[in-house]
Every structure is written in structure tokens, then in C-alpha cells.
Design a binder for this molecule. Structure first.
Ligand code: BES
Ligand code: ZN
Ligand code: ZN
Length: 489
């Protein structure tokens, strides 16, 4: 699908050429490209400003019949995500026009003063992700994705980075898998159905996968998780995926919140935007898709995915506010609000895997709180960890992948807010404020002494409108972040 080429523009069979143009600097080395850009810039309506676009046909001295010049703005604003967005935007536009193959001319990294690898990677990622369309529920599939996307680079760049297209495809396939799962309607991904989807993908990649069913979880006393699923006719389960290479140096666990639909339970949510609560399993999607990707990337560390799956519904059998349940850890939890269900399933998943595997690092990802969206907006995830090194590694991976993360504190004195008069702990805080923090503090009580980080993705997991390289729906946030992080920790 993606490939690097040193194509000769006088001979290439590809009919569409894409030329990124900077507003205030020449970013290409090849004289033939520079000449083309000079011609395009002669036109009043094209100066290389961000989103400036012009198509010129049958230009002299090059074979492609259609040259798509696309403005990327001023040099000082150029960073990898500008290229990711540009590539995504162009791919979408070309697919909409019914094209099937295009050739990007990559700018010279030297001129941009950005590392070559980052430039190439950003173009590849934006193009691959922008080519994805979630249309599996539509009969009339109007737009067909591009079949092949090529990138013109100098011979030395092709030689050094020829492995990148494959790696980017593998990782972005993981992102797309997570996107599809998140966008999928909740009637097609009840815990049982979703677990079957995960198992079938995991088996293809030869991952070890086990599914704990409700009966087993009852026997094993997952009291907190089971309280959440008690109101639903759809039974809960927990998927454990294991990638275990022969000479692994350490074990990293990725836990993902998997609420396949969050109605709020007896503390029913309001009607507004309730349909988007199908995305409350985005943490689970990120964890499962990451494991499937890890199985292809084959790093030297052991990686385990733990995916608790439940549906949070109100009914006569649902848990009530005021109920006290015994979690897997043995601690009792007072349920102050049935809509704070994510933390209830996560603590049982965390306690279980920490006790069973004693991993070196545990990272959980969850669409946990609306408060985190209030604090950081819809594009940035909150990171909570007592460990400075782990937090900064996550933040660095976030910068690299543009799955942005921002560290929030775990203040000791706020623990006061989740004390219960009747049980060991309460699932909601006594204050209306700082809800993302108190949720994280609740989880922290169950990490024992394990190196742990919690990532609240309630904002960036879902994009109602979509963006340059992501359609409306699930964003697949977390997969690229996690894959990058594996090389750093
Ligand atoms: N799934 C929600 C959080 C959420 C909100 C995700 C917006 C994505 C977008 C979570 O289960 C929830 O309902 N949290 C409550 C907690 C409260 C009851 C303490 C919230 O954030 O309001
Ligand atoms: Zn909820
Ligand atoms: Zn929820």
C-alpha cells in the first residue's frame, strides 16, 4: 500500500503527483520540482498558504498528468503533525475524486531542519490513516480508498528508511482496528460479541488468549466488576491476551476500560449525546488492538493485555447507589454513583493481573471522566502516575505520535475526598471538583506497589466530526502511543 520510491518524474506511470509547497521557503531539492512550484506560484490564487490548493494539468517536463500543489504555510510552523494532516487531507480529497494511486513528493528534511525519519513517518501515517473510512454499515460505499500511495524520496533516504512503510502500515492497522471497534454500534459489540472479535484477531496473530466468563468471575470474586454488569442482560467477561517472547526482559501490562455501552446505570445519564457512550470501550479497543500490533512488531518485552468488558445498564437487577461491594482485592467499595463504573471494573482487572503476574509496569487507559475533558479539552489525554520517569516517557511518546498527553497530579491530601463512612473506599468524591484526579486516586489505591500510570482518554478517544486524518467516530487513540512507548520503557 505505502512505498518509498526514487521514481523518475519523466517516466513514472502514476498519473497524480502531490507537491507540498511552503509559503516562505523552498523545501525541495530537485530542480524539476522547484520549477513546477515556480510555475504554480505565478498564479494569484496559489501562494503556498495553509490549505491553498491548486491542480495543474499536463505540465511540461513531467509525466504525471495531474499535479496537485498543496500549501503548508510558513516554515517556522512546520512540524511532523502538519505533514500528517496534509497527507491525510490530500488522500481523502483524492479518494473522493475517485483516484486510485498517487505519488507524494516529500520535502527535504535538511531544509526543514526536522529529522528525516520524523518527516517520512508523519507523511506515511497521515496518508494511511486518512485513507480509512468507516463504512461497513453502509450499502452504498460511495468513496473507495486509494489502492497505492507512493512517496518520492532521494536514493539515500529510500535505502535508510525502506523498512518504515511496513512498520507504519502495521501500527496504523492497529489504530484503524481500534477506530472500527469504537465506532461500531453497541448492539454489535456486547461484551460477549466484542470478546469474540478480539479472540479471533488474537488467534490469527498466535497470541495466547483467555476469556474469563461471568461464572468464573463470580467464583474468583470480581465483586466490583460484577456489580457494574448486574443490570444488563448481556453478560460480562474479561479477556487476557499475552505476547510472551522467549527472551523477554520485563513484563508490561496494558489494561483498557471496556464498557461497551455506558447508560450510567441507575444514575441514568441524560439523553443528550447518550449515543456516543458506545465509545466507553475505547481503552479496551486500544489495549486489544495494541496487543495484536505488538504480536506483529515482536518486541523483546512481554506484553499482556487485560480487557474487562461490561455493559452498564439500569434494571431491577442493577447495582444501586448506596450498595457496598467487595472488590477482587478484598477492599469494600461503596457505590456512590453507578455512573462512575469505569473505576469499578478497572480495580478488579488491575488487582487480578498484579496479583497473578507481578508485572514490572502497568498502564491503564480509560474513557474515565467527563472532568478530564473539562480540564484538557477533546484532544489531550490526562496522565497520572507517581513515577516521573514513566510519566515523561508517556508524554514524549504523545508528542512524537501527536496522541498528546498532559500530566495531572495525584495529591495525597485529596484522598480524603474518596473516603466512605461505611466502606473502605467510595467510587465518587465528596467534592464536585477535580473529578479526573479523584478517579485516578481511586485507581491508585489498587496498584499495590507496582509502577503504574493511568491515562484518561475521555476527550481524545472519539471525534464527533473527525479531522484531517481521522473520520468521525473512534480515533484509535492509544495504539500509536503505546507502540512508541514500548521502545522507551
Ligand atoms: N464514561 C464516562 C466518562 C466520559 C464522559 C467518557 C464523557 C467520555 C466522555 C464515565 O463512566 C462517567 O460517567 N463518569 C462520570 C463520573 C462521575 C459520576 C463521578 C462523569 O465523568 O461524569
Ligand atoms: Zn459512567
Ligand atoms: Zn463510563
Amino acid at each position: 500500500m505505502l512505498n518509498l520510491t526514487t521514481a523518475d518524474l519523466k517516466k513514472t506511470a502514476i498519473s497524480t503527483l502531490i507537491v507540498p509547497v511552503c509559503e516562505d521557503m523552498e523545501i525541495h531539492e530537485k530542480s524539476i520540482i522547484k520549477t513546477l512550484i515556480r510555475e504554480a506560484k505565478k498564479l494569484k490564487e496559489f501562494k503556498g498558504k495553509t490549505n491553498d490548493e491548486i491542480i495543474l494539468y499536463n505540465m511540461p517536463s513531467v509525466k504525471p498528468e495531474r499535479i496537485f500543489f498543496t500549501g503548508i504555510g510558513k516554515i517556522e510552523k512546520l512540524k511532523p503533525d502538519v505533514f500528517r494532516s496534509l497527507a491525510g487531507r490530500i488522500v481523502k480529497a483524492c479518494a473522493t475524486k475517485g483516484l486510485s494511486e498517487i505519488l507524494f513528493v516529500l520535502p527535504s528534511a535538511k531544509r526543514l531542519k526536522i529529522e528525516t525519519e520524523s518527516v517520512v513517518e508523519a507523511f506515511l501515517e497521515g496518508a494511511y490513516l486518512g485513507n480509512h473510512l468507516f463504512d461497513r454499515y453502509k450499502k452504498d460505499k460511495k468513496v473507495k480508498p486509494l489502492k497505492r500511495i507512493s512517496f518520492m524520496v532521494p536514493p539515500d533516504v529510500k535505502q535508510k528508511f525502506n523498512h518504515l512503510p511496513k512498520r507504519v502500515e502495521t501500527i496504523c492497522q492497529g489504530t484503524i482496528l481500534a477506530r472500527e471497534w469504537v465506532s461500531m454500534p453497541p448492539n454489535d459489540k456486547t461484551p460477549e460479541l466484542f470478546s469474540k472479535r478480539i479472540v479471533s484477531m488474537a488467534k490469527k496473530e498466535k497470541l495466547k488468549v483467555t476469556v474469563l466468563n461471568e461464572k468464573e468471575m463470580k467464583r474468583m470474586k470480581f465483586g466490583s466488576l460484577l456489580a457494574v454488569s448486574a443490570g444488563s442482560v448481556n453478560k460480562p467477561c474479561m479477556v487476557v491476551m499475552e505476547y510472551n517472547p522467549v527472551k523477554s526482559t520485563k513484563e508490561i501490562v496494558f489494561v483498557g476500560k471496556g464498557v461497551t455501552f455506558d447508560s450510567g446505570g441507575i444514575n441514568l445519564k441524560s439523553a443528550d449525546g447518550l449515543d456516543s457512550m458506545k465509545m466507553d470501550m475505547a481503552g479496551a479497543a486500544a489495549a486489544a488492538a495494541s496487543l495484536i500490533t505488538v504480536a506483529k512488531l515482536k518486541p523483546r518485552v512481554k506484553v499482556t493485555g487485560v480487557i474487562p468488558l461490561v455493559e452498564n445498564m439500569p434494571s431491577g437487577s442493577a447495582a444501586r447507589p448506596g450498595d457496598i461491594v467487595k472488590s477482587y482485592s478484598g477492599k469494600t467499595v461503596e457505590i456512590g454513583n453507578t455512573d462512575a463504573e469505569g473505576r469499578l471494573i478497572l480495580i478488579d482487572a488491575l488487582s487480578y493481573i498484579i496479583k497473578k503476574n507481578k508485572p514490572d509496569i502497568v498502564i491503564d487507559m480509560a474513557t474515565l471522566t467527563g472532568a478530564c475533558v473539562v480540564a484538557l479539552g477533546e484532544k489531550i489525554a490526562g496522565v497520572f502516575s507517581p513515577d516521573d520517569e514513566l510519566s515523561s516517557a508517556i508524554i514524549k511518546s504523545g508528542e512524537k505520535t501527536d496522541e498528546r498527553c498532559w500530566r495531572l497530579p495525584l495529591p495525597e491530601d485529596y484522598k480524603e475526598l474518596i473516603k466512605s463512612d461505611f466502606a473502605d473506599i467510595k467510587n465518587i468524591a465528596s467534592s464536585r471538583y477535580g473529578g479526573a484526579i479523584t478517579a485516578a486516586l481511586f485507581l491508585a489505591e489498587f496498584r499495590k506497589k507496582t509502577k503504574w500510570a493511568h491515562i484518561d482518554i475521555a476527550g481524545p478517544a472519539y471525534a464527533k466530526k473527525g479531522n484531517a486524518y481521522c473520520g468521525p467516530g473512534g480515533t484509535g487513540f492509544g495504539v500509536r502511543l503505546f507502540c512508541d512507548l514500548l521502545d522507551k520503557i
